[in-house]
Design a protein around this ligand. Structure first.
Ligand SMILES: *Cc1c(COP(=O)(O)O)cnc(C)c1O
Length: 407
């Protein structure tokens, strides 16, 4: 596709895009077909496992490099390379490795960095299934996991051990929306020989670039905004030059490859990422400001609000805000919170987010090392603000607050 045929994926990533177009323009053309397929706006989706060669010599030559070319379905295809190229370019990464889910990407980033006997620091505000991964899998492999307060940098500094090999960050956190000081965190980690992995799902490469802020690896649940239509799962690990080989080798050794149809859907989602995010941002800002005025609401956590505790960090390190926010009601019984969610018609009750549609979840986040940013035991409401007309969303929320008062 965009890569010369005779280069392996790792070598191909070393060709930087030298154009001067804006990211909105690059989104439409990154990973576009070239060579025999030049001119097809949407590249064909390659379905295959086996590749047949005309001779033993040709087979052996092709398999000489295990990150090679078109040699076997598990190792990659033009469909996946197009998506890898586009994501590398957008995130400013050296290499992109695709896997079937966001959680698989997190696993790949951690497993390619850590060995038995290592210590890893993981933000306490992390996407909850990562805590299960740490406790059920990493611990069994002899990796010591410790959760840290995402905000308190001096507390983090005191948690490093001689065998700390990685710090895992998620900014903002997906339920509580804390923003981490990534440049400070990276400086701390690097001074102690630890790598930094950042989950950048909320911001996408359009609104935050953790590698430029000092991180070594970025993970995305592409399932969310990159795919953008709630119809496919994907994950990606994007790495800096000195982590690229380690991540791709681990991936190659473990066989977690992404299917071509989901890659094609993700590539299609990317083309509209900017226009979708602009609407998510405008709608979520309006909804969060409206919620701040409601008597039923105690706090709204949305980084673009001046009231957000790390608003200054958001202004410094991000160029936008997306559609996910959380509000904390005035102290009230769970039955009231549930009645509110049940009464909503445009916000579906469901996990995940990042599609075009609005969603609601009631949540009681758990912490082991850091305080919640709101009173313990208080249920919070997480909204994914979709692409509907914002007046319709506000009308729906207004009606749901009536159900809340009656409950
Ligand atoms: C959803 C999510 C994941 C996991 O992605 P899946 O594709 O569902 O496995 C990881 N991190 C964050 C922040 C998420 O929201």
């Amino acid at each position: 596709m965009t890569r010369p045929k005779d280069l392996t994926p790792l070598e191909r990533q070393r060709i930087p895009h030298v154009g001067t177009e804006h990211v909105q323009t690059r989104l439409l053309h990154a990973g576009a077909p070239q060579g025999a397929l030049a001119g097809t706006v949407a590249p064909p989706t390659y379905h295959f496992s086996t590749v047949i060669y005309p001779s033993v010599a040709a087979y052996e030559a092709a398999h000489h490099d295990r990150f090679g070319r078109l040699i076997y379905g598990r190792v990659g295809s033009p469909t996946l390379w197009a998506l890898e190229d586009a994501l590398c370019e957008l995130e400013g990464a050296h290499d992109a490795v695709l896997v079937p889910s966001g959680l698989a990407a997190i696993h790949l980033a951690l497993a390619s960095t850590l060995s038995a006997g290592d210590h890893v620091l993981v933000t306490d505000a992390v996407y909850p299934p990562v805590k299960q991964l740490c406790r059920n899998v990493l611990a069994r492999w002899g990796i010591e996991v410790e959760f840290y307060d995402p905000i308190d940098m001096s507390a983090l500094a005191s948690r490093f051990k001689p065998h700390t090999r990685a710090v895992y960050a998620e900014s903002p956190a997906s339920h509580t929306l804390e923003i981490q000081d990534l440049p400070a965190l990276c400086a701390l980690a690097h001074a102690r020989g630890a790598r930094v992995i950042v989950d950048n799902t909320w911001a996408t490469p359009l609104f935050q670039k953790p590698l430029a802020l000092g991180a070594d690896m970025v993970v995305h649940a592409g399932t969310k905004y990159l795919v953008g239509h709630s119809d496919a799962m994907m994950g990606v690990v994007l790495s800096s030059a000195d982590m690229a080989l380690q991540v791709r080798s681990h991936w190659s050794d473990t066989g977690s490859c992404m299917g071509p149809d989901d890659a094609a859907l993700a590539l299609r989602g990317l083309r509209t990422l900017d226009v979708r995010l602009q609407r998510h941002q405008a709608n979520a800002l309006r909804v969060s400001q409206w919620l701040e005025q409601r008597a039923e609401v105690a706090r709204v956590f949305y980084p673009a609000l001046a009231s957000h505790p790390q608003h200054a960090l958001w202004l410094r390190d991000f160029s936008g805000a997306t559609g996910l926010l959380t509000f904390v009601p005035q102290p009230s019984a769970k039955t009231k919170v549930d009645a509110f969610a049940d009464a909503l018609q445009l916000f579906g009750i469901g996990a995940s987010w990042g599609g075009f549609e609005s969603l609601v979840l009631t949540a009681l986040p758990q912490r082991s090392a850091a305080p919640l940013p709101w009173p313990a035991g208080q249920y919070a409401v997480r909204l994914h603000v979709g692409l509907e007309h914002v007046d319709d969303l506000l009308h729906d929320l207004d009606r749901a607050f009536e159900a809340w008062r009656r409950a």
